[in-house]
Design a protein around this ligand. Structure first.
Ligand code: UDP
Ligand code: MG
Length: 322
């Protein structure tokens, strides 16, 4: 037996995943068997599941002490479940993986290889997406485009959260305690040596996706507002442009009135201008509101999550969210 094996944590957030957890565990077990030169920890994060997810985690832990579980006090969403997992993971490296087996665990071996070569963030990029509607693919593509147009940091396209992170990336992510997290952007933001590997995304093994358009819209807005204030800049620029046009229009009307007198029928133009400006004003009020709301939420400095149970221990959350 070799001493000083490196510890690798496999972090799997799960929300109502009772149908797939056993399958996931079996696959992870294979990976662990095939990579004997590492020690492994499997850390399941139960994100307030309402089904048997927690019971299954407990059962898996009873049979295998490499398994740990962290059960949050309610459902917080995947972004928060991930940071909770990062806070509790022990590994020298962490692999974040979806519980539904859309991320093939077999890729972990390749990630480890690149990690040994000195990469800090080995992320898996989707070559294809099976079992997803064209609408989801299309919106996801547009979304990356829009987000990238708004921000200077590079947003990795077709990349989920499936990746291996070196301990220093983990510490970097842990030090970022903003509450409306957009982890996909944070991965880029922290920097370090990145390596891309390609894979085919599988359809969900079982269970239902928790993904929906409301989540996507929320996540998109979080993505934009957490990484750039350029929409505010756009508000200013568009405001200036509209004012210039309005000023020119005003001059022409005044001159026209002086030369040809008042012609009363102006209903259409007044309506158009009023509605147009009203719309623009509302949009930018909304934009300002988004940033204000964000600032409000962050100034509350609430802990990001509360833990119900970590392994067998009931948590009191005294010195949590360091
Ligand atoms: N997930 C979670 N909390 C949530 C929603 C999802 O921890 O509130 C987990 C879920 O169990 C899965 C991963 O996040 O492991 C991805 O979720 P899902 O498969 O529903 O999203 P999709 O792959 O369809 O984008
Ligand atoms: Mg999924």
């Amino acid at each position: 037996m070799e001493e000083n094996k490196k510890l690798v944590t496999i972090l799997a957030p799960a929300y109502n995943e009772q149908e797939v957890l056993h399958l996931l565990y079996n696959k992870l077990n294979n990976v662990m068997e095939q990579n004997k030169n590492y020690d492994f920890e499997i850390l399941f994060v139960n994100d307030g599941s309402k089904d048997k997810t927690l019971e299954i985690m407990q059962e898996l832990r009873q049979n295998d002490n490499r398994v740990s579980y962290l059960s949050l006090s309610r459902n917080y969403g995947k972004e928060i479940a991930m940071i909770a997992g990062l806070d509790y993971c022990k590994g020298d490296a962490v692999v974040i993986i979806d519980s539904d087996l859309q991320d093939p665990p077999e890729l972990i071996a390749e990630m480890l290889k690149y990690w040994e070569e000195g990469y800090d963030d080995v992320y898996a990029k989707r070559r294809s997406r099976k079992g997803e509607t064209w609408l989801k693919k299309f919106t996801s593509k547009m979304y990356y485009k829009v987000l990238q147009a708004f921000t200077r940091i590079e947003i990795q396209k077709d990349t989920g959260d499936f990746r291996l992170l070196d301990r220093r990336c983990v510490e970097a992510l842990k030090s970022i305690r903003e509450s409306q997290r957009y982890t996909k952007g944070l991965f880029s933001w922290i920097g370090y040596n990145k390596k891309e590997i390609l894979y085919d995304r599988e359809p969900r093994a079982a269970g239902k996706t928790k993904w929906n358009y409301r989540n996507l819209i929320n996540l998109s807005i979080d993505g934009i507002t957490s990484f750039t204030t350029s929409p505010l800049r756009w508000a200013t620029i568009i405001g200036i442009l509209v004012s210039v046009v309005a000023f020119i229009y005003m001059l022409t009307i005044i001159i026209k009135t002086i030369i040809t007198g008042i012609d009363v029928p102006g209903y259409a133009s007044i309506m158009v201008v009023t509605l147009f400006l009203g719309g623009i004003q509302l949009i930018f009020l909304g934009v300002i509101g988004e940033y204000l709301g964000r600032a409000f939420n962050e100034t509350k400095h609430r802990p990001l999550y509360f833990v119900d149970v970590y392994n067998e221990e009931k948590e009191t959350n005294k010195n949590l969210n360091k």
